[in-house]
Design a protein. Structure first.
Length: 130
């Protein structure tokens, strides 16, 4: 992978959001998750209250179904403004979101019925800074 982008405006302009295949759900476990859940998880975070996982939606039938939008820009872990710009754009349109930052990209989880609209909002936000 090439050099990462730190400049906030450049990150927003180049965020290139993509709707990822699949339906996801958040699950939590007081201590540890069953091996099947851990193995299927695309993300995991240990909090004081327990282990949080993001897993395929069919593994958590009663949870809200989420879709994932990946911001494909090579954002730096030290960059400032990408998360704020993306979440603010969605908030302005009353679209709930859960932001997950990983090493290479930022990922946004939105309710399934908002996914297409969220993608359009993010594309328009990037175009404003481009």
């Amino acid at each position: 992978m090439g050099e990462t982008i730190k400049d906030g405006r450049a990150m927003v302009a180049g965020m290139s959001p993509e709707l990822v295949e699949g339906r996801f759900a958040f699950a939590t476990f007081a201590d540890d998750a069953p091996d099947a859940m851990r193995g299927a998880a695309i993300a995991m975070f240990r909090e004081r209250e327990g282990l949080s996982l993001i897993v395929p939606a069919e593994l958590v039938p009663d949870a809200p179904v989420m879709r994932m939008i990946t911001l494909t820009v090579a954002s730096s872990l030290e960059g400032v403004g990408l998360t704020a710009a993306a979440s603010s754009a969605l908030a302005t349109e009353n679209i709930p979101c859960n932001m997950v930052a990983a090493f290479h990209h930022d990922h946004i989880f939105v309710p399934e019925d908002c996914a297409d609209r969220a993608l359009s909002v993010l594309i328009a936000r990037a175009a404003r800074d481009g």
